[in-house]
Ligand binder design. Structure first.
Ligand code: FA5
Length: 323
């Protein structure tokens, strides 16, 4: 082979090389110290006539440079492609699906409730889940040994501390630090030591409401709550108020909502009891207020037609992925 032939065949071989090993075989074939095609020519230069040497010498040396460059370029290509897999990037391959998180149904419901009450000029406040029996019971007109304590089966931490059984203790905490008029809601987790079934959990959520001022009446309560449920469940929603008993309200009520022809109990409520105002040093003759407490899970169950409350805490993705 002469220099021109070597150039043609060597560059073609390099181009076709499939891997590093094949490339090395090609390098040895042309530039190998012993029998490399180009090496042989370079070595024979000294036996040539001056005229031939002048012609072939520079061409052979130039080819050696070119081949060395071609080899190192090809080698770089191999190492780059091995970093992203031998086949390189297949731009036609479908992308990997990234799992995107979403809100839990209870969070969706809580956000919606906050939104509606914000539009009715209520602020949102929160309170501690571990309470004292003073805030959870005594200050709410439920003294020790009062039979009404049985209404709330309690997880006691010690003889004074407990896990709050409702969000009502925040009524006291808020009134201790603020003066009327105000209107607040208090969303939060509550705990009850009771047997679970399709509509009862030991750990669930309530939203407390409290509006206090000099001229707050039961009519204000009926308006606010009817408005809330119509925004929450839809404009035609029927709301019913029934007399009931809670020690911290007088009169006490329970509120039902009509859904699919059935009345469903969704909250306890009433006008704040004078003894509760006494506990926070408000003057019960001047100040009036209404309070309510609703179960978040129950509202979510009605809205999304969820048959069993225990599904919320099951962690079952077949359930949560539906929202
Ligand atoms: C109370 O907890 C009162 N604090 C409500 C209240 C506030 C009355 C202010 C007056 C003034 P009750 O125990 O009924 O009341 O609970 C209120 C709501 O919580 C119920 O209507 C129901 O929706 C929900 N609830 C009660 N127990 C459970 C439970 N074990 N699992 C899930 N939801 C529950």
């Amino acid at each position: 082979m002469n220099v021109a032939e070597i150039r043609k065949s060597a560059l073609e071989d390099v181009k076709k090389a499939k891997n590093v090993k094949a490339l090395e075989v090609i390098r040895v074939k042309y530039l190998g110290r012993k029998d490399g095609e180009l090496t042989k020519i370079l070595r024979s230069l000294k036996d040539l006539s001056v005229a031939e040497r002048k012609e072939i010498g520079p061409a052979a040396n130039e080819l050696r440079g070119d081949l060395e460059e071609a080899f190192s370029k090809k080698l770089k290509e191999f190492s780059a492609s091995s970093k992203r897999g031998v086949v390189g990037i297949d731009i036609t391959m479908p992308g990997k699906k990234i799992a995107v998180g979403h809100l839990h149904p209870l969070t969706i419901i809580e956000n919606r409730i906050k939104e509606i009450f914000n539009s009715l000029n209520f602020s949102v406040v929160e309170g501690p889940e571990a309470e004292t029996d003073y805030y959870n019971f005594d200050a709410l007109n439920i003294p020790a040994n009062h039979p009404a304590r049985d209404m709330w089966d309690t997880f006691w931490i010690d003889s004074k501390k407990l896990l709050r059984t409702h969000t009502s203790p925040m009524q006291i905490r808020y009134m201790e630090k603020h003066q009327p008029p105000f209107q607040i809601i208090v969303p939060g987790r509550v705990f009850r030591f009771e047997a679970t079934d399709a509509s009862h959990e030991i750990n669930f959520h309530q939203v407390e409401g409290l509006m206090v001022g000099e001229r707050v009446t039961l009519a204000n309560f009926k308006y606010v709550i009817t408005e809330f449920f119509r925004q929450f469940f839809g404009p035609g929603t029927h709301v019913r108020f029934r007399p009931s008993y809670f020690p911290f309200v007088e009169p006490g009520l329970e509120v039902d909502v009509m859904l699919n022809g059935n009345w469903l109990e969704v909250m306890g409520a009433g006008m704040v009891h004078p003894k509760v105002f006494d506990a926070v040093r408000y003057n019960p003759r001047k100040i009036r207020g209404f309070a309510f407490g609703m179960g978040l899970e129950r509202l979510a169950m009605i809205k999304y037609k969820i048959p069993d409350i225990r599904l919320f805490y099951s962690g079952d993705l077949r359930f949560t992925n539906q929202f």
